[in-house]
Design a protein around this ligand. Structure first.
Ligand SMILES: [Zn+2]
Length: 229
């Protein structure tokens, strides 16, 4: 007789963590495969579609978690608006991934061109091109996290607006929130309204352009919004 494992119910934060990890594993595998035959700008550009697809899939999963945050507690609640309008992301997955990939391809080609062949000494390790590659891996990881959380916020905001629910900003409770996020924690807005820029000591006047009234406030921010009746 076999014992079937019963899945433990996961919190939205745990679900988002799992989506992040899965996306990163996929992204890193795509990058590794891309450069297996040699590192070049062209090799990086060749996986633009695969990387876009990986981030897009992860963002879709983030969107589902964001929608569930609202819908699970809203059984029997009637929509206040006739149609559900989905709030677009501040910038699309396609344009963000393309911007990073094209920038990295240029940097890697420039790094390779600058690595003058020197026959008198052993090659420098890591090479400038390898440094760029490592940086690319980190940038893609951060981008995926950011898009997952933007998509989750878009879904929570859109469904809450549809149902007429207020929103509350919540930071992750691991005590690592930055000044900006800490000042947003616990704030509430009425249904359909976005959050104004925080005004608090230590908060810069100009915030990250990707922050447009909903989490994340900065790349890698793990803040969320939750509905309040
Ligand atoms: Zn945050």
């Amino acid at each position: 007789m076999t014992v079937t494992e019963i899945p433990v119910p996961q919190t939205p934060a745990q679900q988002l963590d799992a989506i992040e990890q899965q996306a990163d594993a996929e992204i890193q595998a795509i990058i590794s495969a891309a450069v297996a035959a040699g590192l070049s700008g062209a090799a990086i550009l060749a996986v633009l579609a695969a990387l876009t697809n990986a981030v897009s899939t992860a963002a879709q999963q983030g969107f589902t978690v964001g929608a569930q945050i609202v819908l699970q507690g809203a059984a029997g609640r009637r929509a206040r608006m006739r149609q559900l309008a989905i709030e677009p992301l501040p910038t699309s997955v396609e344009e963000d991934v393309r911007a990073v990939v094209e920038d990295v391809a240029r940097r890697i080609d420039a790094a390779i061109a600058g690595e003058a062949p020197d026959t008198t000494s052993a090659p420098v390790t890591p090479t400038p091109a390898n440094v760029e590659l490592d940086r690319f891996r980190r940038r893609m990881r951060i981008l995926a996290v950011t898009k997952i959380h933007q998509a989750a916020s878009s879904a929570t905001f859109s469904y809450a607006r549809w149902l007429g629910l207020d929103l509350e900003w919540v930071t992750r409770r691991d005590g690592k929130a930055c000044t900006v996020c800490a000042s947003m924690n616990g704030r509430r807005v009425p249904a359909g309204e976005k959050f104004a820029n925080p005004r608090a000591p230590g908060v810069p006047r100009r915030l990250w352009a990707g922050f447009q009234g909903l989490p994340p406030t900065h790349p890698s921010c793990r803040c969320r919004v939750i509905p309040r009746t």
